[in-house]
Design a binder for this molecule. Structure first.
Ligand code: NAP
Ligand code: ZN
Length: 326
């Protein structure tokens, strides 16, 4: 049951993010098992607390990577709750205000403080909206922060869950977008998502030939890449922004930054106001995730396929396939 300012909603779809895999498999460090992953959550409100003002029963809603934060620090007050100096409460493998572990979206329902719940616009089917709650905001936030727009030459590296949404968003913002993938196997899809150019890293000297090409690179790859080679493909004063989060360290030659005043940066999801802005932007521009719907029984197989880059382009779990008795 929801507390006074909480919504309870029935989860209809939960996206399967590569971060779920890194976490569930302990790749980022110790995990509190049993773990219920899932931070791309979409559903319908079925109960609201007595003091809830922002939502009503029947609303189409979503929750992303966090469900609470201190609400008082400079970053929370500015709407950047993901960078809270106090304590962000992650949607799963976190500890809530009640001291209990948080459980994520691979479930039939969830109770969340209304301030951390998003409205999903009617234009986006819930299954295509679920992945926007992480993959969408993770790519939207850096593109918006670095003012990507008409005239920007943008490269998106990795055409997976994050990458395929990132390409569509950068195109909708007006940029000329290049996909850099491991192989040519996703070329027709990359162009369909709006990219103007497509490059494959398994072809000879791909990155060398792209020297000095991009204003902004969004690296979504879940494995370590040669950052020195990637920095070479930036124009002077360009930025390489990393959102992919492999557990490994990556060596950098500092002169690759200095010669050309290049920036190497990272970005973590986005705050609540920006996540709502992203959902509204997606509705306006017809941006959504291309999904493969799976049952609860297929999660392990889906994890293995994601790790092999064999997903077109996000697995989404239909939570109606979970057995409520289990
Ligand atoms: P994904 O669907 O697996 O996509 C990653 C893509 O990277 C793959 O489709 C593949 O694209 C490419 N790739 C995979 N292994 C590679 C390798 N060894 N060398 C070169 N390219 C490789 O994963 P995702 O869900 O989009 O997540 C991507 C990463 O972002 C993960 O590390 C995840 O934890 C992280 N993440 C970060 C944030 C954040 O806020 N910063 C949020 C969500 C996720 P191609 O087939 O096109 O080569
Ligand atoms: Zn995620």
């Amino acid at each position: 049951d929801p507390g006074p300012t909480e919504d309870y909603f029935e989860i209809r779809f939960a996206g399967l993010c590569h971060s779920d895999i890194h976490t569930a498999r302990g790749e980022w460090g110790p995990v509190h098992y049993p773990l219920v992953p899932g931070h791309e959550i979409a559903g319908i409100v079925t109960k609201v607390g007595s003091d809830v003002t922002k939502f009503k029963v029947g609303d189409r809603v979503g929750v992303g990577c966090f469900v609470d934060s201190c609400g008082e620090c400079e970053y929370c007050l500015a709407g950047y709750q993901q960078y809270c100096l106090g304590s962000v409460v992650w949607t799963y493998d976190g500890v809530g205000r009640d001291g209990l572990p948080t459980d994520g979206g691979y479930s039939r329902g969830i109770t969340v403080e209304q301030d951390y719940v998003l409205h999903i616009p009617d234009e986006i089917p819930l299954e295509n909206a679920a992945p926007l709650l992480c993959a969408g905001i993770t790519t939207y936030s850096p593109l918006a922060h670095w003012n990507i727009g008409p005239g920007s030459q943008v490269a998106v590296i990795g055409l997976g869950g994050l990458g395929h949404v990132g390409v569509q968003l950068a195109v909708a913002m007006g940029a000329e977008v290049s996909v850099i993938s491991q192989t040519r196997s996703k070329e027709s899809d990359g162009l369909k998502f709006g990219a103007a150019h497509y490059y494959a890293m398994n072809e000879e000297d791909t990155l060398k030939k792209l020297r000095g090409s991009f204003d902004f690179i969004l690296n979504t790859v879940s494995a370590p890449l040669d950052f020195n080679a990637l920095l070479g493909t930036l124009k002077p004063q360009g930025t390489l922004c990393n959102v992919g989060l492999p557990p490994d360290s990556i060596p950098i030659k500092v002169n690759r930054l200095i010669t050309g005043r290049k920036s190497l940066s990272g970005s973590n999801i986005g705050g609540i106001p920006e996540t709502q802005e992203m959902l509204d932007f997606c509705a306006k521009h017809g941006v959504m995730a291309q999904v493969e719907i799976i049952s609860g029984e297929e999660i392990t197989e889906a994890y293995n396929r994601v790790v092999k880059s064999d997903v077109r382009y996000r697995f989404v779990i239909d939570t109606a396939t979970f057995d409520p008795e289990e």
